[in-house]
Design a binder for this molecule. Structure first.
Ligand code: SF4
Ligand code: SF4
Length: 110
């Protein structure tokens, strides 16, 4: 089992999750984060910390569409261990529908 970052992380990137992960298994893209399923120890600590409620265990049906993306991009994006500055418009994007099509495959800056 692993935890999975899903659509509502896009353009939010509050990054509270990276501060609490005991094994530093978050990776950063241009507009969202992902979890490396091979490094995640399934502790669940990050799930309640995400203000966007974007993190689910892979046993949850809401994680299914994003599990492969987390695995794929965790392999190429840089590791992130410290909370950065969220975008100024992050709150406006929280819970906006249809964000999946805005997903960027480009790596972000830790
Ligand atoms: S706290 Fe949630 S929305 Fe923010 S970066 Fe982490 S997973 Fe994404
Ligand atoms: S479940 Fe635990 S190990 Fe996995 S990403 Fe969240 S905090 Fe890190």
């Amino acid at each position: 089992m692993t935890y999975v970052v899903t659509e509502n992380c896009i353009r939010c990137k509050y990054m509270d999750c990276v501060e609490v992960c005991p094994v530093d298994c978050f990776y950063v893209g241009e507009n969202m984060l992902v979890i490396n399923p091979d490094e995640c120890i399934d502790c669940g600590v990050c799930e309640p910390e995400c203000p966007a409620e974007a993190i689910f265990p892979d046993s949850d049906s809401r994680a299914a569409a994003w599990a492969e993306k987390n695995a794929t991009f965790a392999a190429s994006w840089p590791n992130i261990t410290r909370k950065g500055t969220a975008p100024a418009d992050a709150d406006e994007w929280n819970n906006k529908p249809g964000k999946a099509e805005l997903f960027s495959p480009e790596p972000g800056t830790p």
